[in-house]
Design a protein around this ligand. Sequence first.
Ligand code: IMP
Ligand code: MG
Length: 181
Amino acid sequence: MANQKFGKILFTEEQIANRAKEIAAQIDKDFEGEEVILLCTLKGSILWIGDIMKNLTVKTKLDFISASSYGASKTSSGVVKIKFDPEINMYNANIIVVEDIVDTGNTLKYVLGKLEERGPKCVKVCTMLNKEARRTNDFHADYVGFEIDDLFVIGYGLDFDQKYRDLPYISYLEEDDVDSL
Ligand code: IMP
Ligand code: MG
């Protein structure tokens, strides 16, 4: 198994897979007979969006967004950098932004503002993890995999300084871990 030293498991691959099936069923219900555009927020959402997408029965299209407010640090810089792939037409479309984790909500709030400028029919957010206690604005996710405490999580797409995305489960870092990285 990759990066074996992080044995602390917050959510197993199976738990994530099961929760993704439940959420996909909810999305199917909410968008019955319609098409949705899944917007994967790079890079952290790549595994989670696969779990969601393969379980959906509604028609989907896929595109990617890159937005970041974190560098080699565990705290948000507060400045959101954003890059859109302009290929997909969002006008009058049902957009579901698929995110790895919502922390302060800064990134998503900014991204949603930008997406609204493209005239979609609706924009929803499906996040794997939600740190509600850290929210600094009124951002609200529509579909949440798991609510978590104020932990710095890694694995299943989530990184610390671009590392640990390959863990097939969700783990977390504590102060002592950071000293040995
Ligand atoms: P926000 O703008 O503060 O909500 O931060 C959102 C982004 O920060 C997420 O999409 C992640 O990429 C990153 N992030 C926030 N918390 C964590 C964490 O615990 N581990 C890894 N990345 C995180
Ligand atoms: Mg992210």
